[in-house]
Design a protein around this ligand. Structure first.
Ligand code: DC
Length: 226
């Protein structure tokens, strides 16, 4: 069985860029778990579910069908009960509310169940906050990717602008800092580096440099073919 690769870290550290490229190079399946929490948040907002009502959010998480698939260009699409919700995942309102949805234990149980099922055959690169510590503690390769807050905010703003949203650097910084705090202090499966994860600070590194570091670790740790 091919190994699974866990990539965790705070918002805007470059996890998804790295994970996508790695998946492409290795021919692995990329699973963006943040997109799953975002899809559920979008769905809750659309249905008018009160974001502070943990019971209702748990109920929604149990009922809703969240499905990930890559199109021909390798672009990830996320479907919620059959609707393609990909264009809405980065809506500012979704970004503001997602940490609140993601801290609900019943929501996490459901998402983790789906994530473990997707990884059960191996050959998966999964990025998120709790992949190495909670979702896939047995993953053979774990990376914790971070960068300083200013750099992460600049990258996030660039991404938003590319997708047609307008943003202000200080606002993005505030939103990311708030999410970092909420994600790393929640009671259940908080954002945390797994003890056996390799820490990579990408503040002053290019994407290619980060990939080189990761491939070096893969070569050292995995004896048989990846
Ligand atoms: O990676 P992202 O910014 O798209 O993630 C959105 C939010 O989802 C993040 O603020 C916290 C939550 N999340 C989580 O709690 N656990 C994960 N494995 C992935 C994301």
């Amino acid at each position: 069985m091919k190994p699974n690769i866990a990539i965790d870290g705070p918002a805007g550290a470059g996890k998804s860029t790295i994970a996508k490229k790695l998946a492409e190079k290795l021919g692995y399946l990329y699973i963006d778990t943040g997109a799953m929490y975002r899809a559920l948040t979008y769905c809750a907002l659309k249905k008018g579910v009160n974001i502070n009502d943990q019971e209702k959010l748990t109920d929604l998480a149990k009922r809703v069908d969240i499905f990930l698939s890559a199109n021909e260009d390798g672009q990830l699409k996320v479907y919620c009960d059959g609707e393609d919700v990909t264009p809405h995942l980065r809506d500012p309102k979704v970004s503001q509310c997602v940490s609140r949805v993601a801290e609900v234990p019943g929501v996490r149980h459901r998402m983790v169940e789906l994530q473990r099922k997707m990884a059960s055959a191996g050959g998966v690169i999964m990025d998120g906050r709790d992949i190495g510590t909670y979702v896939l503690p047995e993953a053979q390769l774990k990376f914790f990717i971070t960068a300083d807050l200013g750099e992460r905010a600049r990258r996030r703003l660039k991404d938003l602008e590319k997708q047609g949203y307008e943003g202000d650097l200080e606002e993005v910084k505030k939103e990311i800092a708030m999410r970092d705090d909420k994600d790393s202090t929640r009671a259940f499966a908080p954002l945390k580096k797994a003890e056996d994860a390799v820490l990579i600070d990408t503040t002053d590194l290019t994407v290619d440099q980060v990939l080189q570091l990761i491939f070096k670790v893969i070569r050292e740790r995995v004896k048989n073919d990846v």
